[in-house]
Ligand binder design. Structure first.
Ligand SMILES: [Zn+2]
Length: 478
């Protein structure tokens, strides 16, 4: 039984979907005005692993990931009143492009990175700009129910009207009053009220008509509108980075629950931050990385994927180049193992000593690691143990083809969860090399080591390596 840590209840809970066998999952997607960095990749990868494991367990998962193509407002922007900057529009002005051109360009780049990382594409990527009517509908219902108020073309959510405000983040109004240093918007009733809609100035590029005049939506309302549009009023799972918990997800709960009068999300799943060299990533500190920077250092996206899986999503992860190198070695180890399993079984002439399908034991261990709040580092450790055991058997020539095939099948099943790409290295050994190897074996058996060395050289000259196993058996590698 899968147990997941729920940010809402602050404990691990047995996962249960609303509809048996089906899961509706929403992930906050990118604001498309720049390239995503490796911290963002971590968040999308964690959602990917969770989704893949749910599929492994037999669920049919519908995954929605939004594209924020209206630059969302920060609290500071709101505090500055009508001139709230739109990040996409700002970039558009600086690059002499339209906001749409900017948004489409970075959306495309985002999808390319996801593809390179082997992150399964969401079933749908709704764009915020295509869902303004849905946002207006929710805002109107909130005004009608008096959870929201309009002033001078701006609409705010009145946080004092929702008793449960703060239940996700712990930032209840009482807690917020301590140390609150938010500037007040002249039209806000309470400093912690958040914008649902803002009046657009003449210069503002992205704006829409609404019952409150020409304006644009706040960021939080986008996710409430798009998630419920595609998944219904109550979602099974909502994912995001820990920085989304407040104010973004707290606001999503307030808007959605006050409007639908239903629970918004059953499981809130948040990943912790990724640090680089022990520090928060920042462009000025020079420790800000995109996937491109990792590739330029000679590593692959696949190695990056393994690195990210090597730490639990709820622990802070520290990216270092040493850890990257370790991930590269580990991927090589997995890759060699898979290819050895494929090759040795065909070439080895060993006698079978014991025949047990021990992949079941490893399957149980893998599942118990994953069932425990998607513990990927532990699940990988299980695989490394399996590699050690089978490599030992291969070197002692104790692994028969059937067992090797069972282990390979097991690996293929669980690698649908890990999503690592293992390059096919199955080598077809030409018949003349096989003949030379057999001749060499006979020479060794009869103690004719000069001939055996000669034959080894011949084999090596042809580009193959021969590795001796127990009882004069051997393994040929390219
Ligand atoms: Zn969101």
């Amino acid at each position: 039984m899968l147990s997941l840590y729920n940010t809402l209840t602050k404990q691990k809970e047995a996962f249960k979907s609303i509809n048996p066998g089906k899961v509706g999952m929403y992930s906050c997607g990118p604001t498309v005005y720049d390239y995503i960095h490796i911290g963002n990749i971590r968040a999308y990868l964690n959602a990917d692993i969770l989704r893949r494991y749910l599929v492994y367990l037999g669920y049919e998962v519908r995954h929605i990931k939004n594209i924020t193509d209206v630059g969302h407002l920060t609290e500071d922007d709101i505090a500055q009143g009508d001139s709230g900057d739109d990040k996409i529009a700002k970039k558009a002005l600086s690059e002499r492009k339209t906001p749409e051109e900017i948004a489409r360009f970075y959306e495309e780049k985002f999808k390319e990175v996801e593809k390179e990382m082997n992150i399964l594409p969401a079933h749908y990527f709704p764009r915020a700009t295509a869902h303004v009517p849905q946002m207006i509908k929710i805002i109107s219902s909130l005004i009608e129910k008096e959870y929201a108020y309009e002033k001078n073309g701006n609409v705010f959510f009145d946080v004092t009207k929702f008793d449960e405000y703060g239940k996700l983040s712990g930032n209840t109004l009482d807690n917020l009053k301590v140390g609150a240093r938010l500037e007040e918007h002249p039209d806000k009733k309470n400093p912690w009220d958040f914008a649902l809609w803002l009046k657009a100035s003449k210069e503002h590029l992205m704006k829409w008509e609404s019952p409150w005049g020409i304006g644009y939506p706040g960021w939080h309302i986008e996710c409430s509108a798009m998630s419920t549009e595609y998944l219904g009023d109550t979602l099974d799972i909502h994912t995001g980075g820990e920085d989304n918990i407040f104010p973004h997800h707290e606001a999503e709960i307030a808007q959605s629950e006050c409007s639908s009068e239903k629970k918004f999300v059953n499981f809130w799943v948040h990943n912790r931050h990724l640090l680089v060299d022990g520090k928060k990533m920042s462009k000025s500190k020079g420790n800000f990385y995109l996937l491109k920077d990792i590739l330029e250092k000679g590593y692959t996206a696949n190695e990056m994927r393994l690195l990210l899986l090597s730490s639990h999503y709820r622990s802070q992860m520290n990216f270092t180049w040493e850890a990257m190198e370790q991930a590269k070695n580990n991927l090589q180890k997995i890759s060699d193992w898979v290819n050895n399993l494929k090759n040795v079984s065909g070439v080895s002439k060993g006698e079978l000593l014991e025949k047990i399908d021990f992949s079941h034991i490893y399957q149980k261990r893998f599942e118990s690691a994953m069932n425990d709040d998607i513990n990927t580092p532990l699940a990988l450790a299980v695989i490394y143990d399996l590699i050690s055991e089978t490599n030992k058997m291969i070197s002692e020539d104790k692994l028969d083809k059937e067992t090797a095939d069972n282990i390979l099948k097991f690996w293929e099943r669980i690698n649908k969860v890990f999503g690592l790409i293992i390059s096919e290295n199955k080598i077809e050994i030409p018949a003349d090399i096989l003949t030379l190897a057999e001749e060499r074996k006979q020479a060794r058996i009869s103690g004719n080591f000069a001939v055996s060395d000669e034959l080894r050289k011949k084999i090596e000259l042809a580009g193959y390596v021969i590795e001796d196993l127990k009882d004069n058996n051997y393994l040929i590698k390219k």
